[in-house]
Design a protein. Structure first.
Length: 232
């Protein structure tokens, strides 16, 4: 099939999976995406389609087509890239795709499993993504630090990288807050000084504390102390 036929095929399949009530719900969650660009496909159904479609030659043609018209096409693209088993190919496709990501959901849904086997090399790419200046590329880089470097691979240089990010973008600062809330849940003693020393801007600092206090993984005693660290 030609590229235009693949795109038409994908769009037809996505509209077959459309849920109009879910479309309304999604539109409220994503103010950066025009409602006309949201079809309304539930994530499990989209993942299932991605798994099926990813086995076809048409998927390769689809990945060459950027930008996409619909939000769900972007999510499908993210799922296809995240499912790649070749690390170099996955990174190459991400570098093509991330500049076109225009919302937090597509950004956060894209999480390649192959990264777990390539953490040393991945770190250099994360540094590039965080320095990119593009809202959702920066957010993606921080998200990868949160996903892969807060457990056995943890080191203080990682929260240091995140603490140094300064942005006027809500979706970047929210990810920084989410990162530090998760880091407090997993590496409390090591990460607490970043909060005590007020290494983040006021809004992000307070949001990180709020999200940490909402976590069931943080003790009541820790929550009590974190509340005293809010910047008034």
């Amino acid at each position: 099939m030609e590229e235009k036929d693949i795109i038409r095929y994908v769009q037809d399949r996505l509209f077959e999976l459309q849920d109009l009530k879910y479309r309304e719900f999604q539109a409220k969650l994503m103010p950066t995406v025009s409602p006309e660009c949201i079809i309304g496909v539930r994530t499990p159904a989209l993942r299932k389609f991605a798994k099926e479609f990813g086995k076809t030659e048409g998927a390769k043609e689809f990945l060459r087509h950027l930008p996409h018209r619909y939000y769900e096409e972007n999510n499908l693209h993210g799922f296809l890239v995240a499912g790649m088993k070749d690390y170099e190919q996955c990174v190459e496709e991400l570098d093509r795709f991330l500049p076109f990501v225009d919302n937090w959901a597509t950004c956060d849904l894209t999480s390649p499993k192959i990264f777990k086997k390539h953490l040393p090399e991945l770190l250099k790419k994360i540094e590039e993504w965080i320095a990119s200046g593009h809202t959702y590329t920066v957010r993606f880089g921080i998200g990868m630090l949160m996903s892969f470097y807060l457990d056995g691979e943890f080191g203080l240089k990682y929260p240091e990288m995140v603490a140094e990010v300064r942005s006027e973008e809500y979706y970047v600062n929210m990810m920084i807050a989410w990162y530090f809330a998760t880091a407090l849940a997993k590496q409390y003693d090591a990460v607490l000084p970043f909060i005590e020393k007020r290494r983040l801007d006021k809004w992000t600092h307070n949001k990180a504390i709020q999200k940490a206090v909402e976590s069931y993984r943080i003790t009541d005693e820790q929550k009590g102390y974190l509340r005293t660290l809010k910047i008034r």
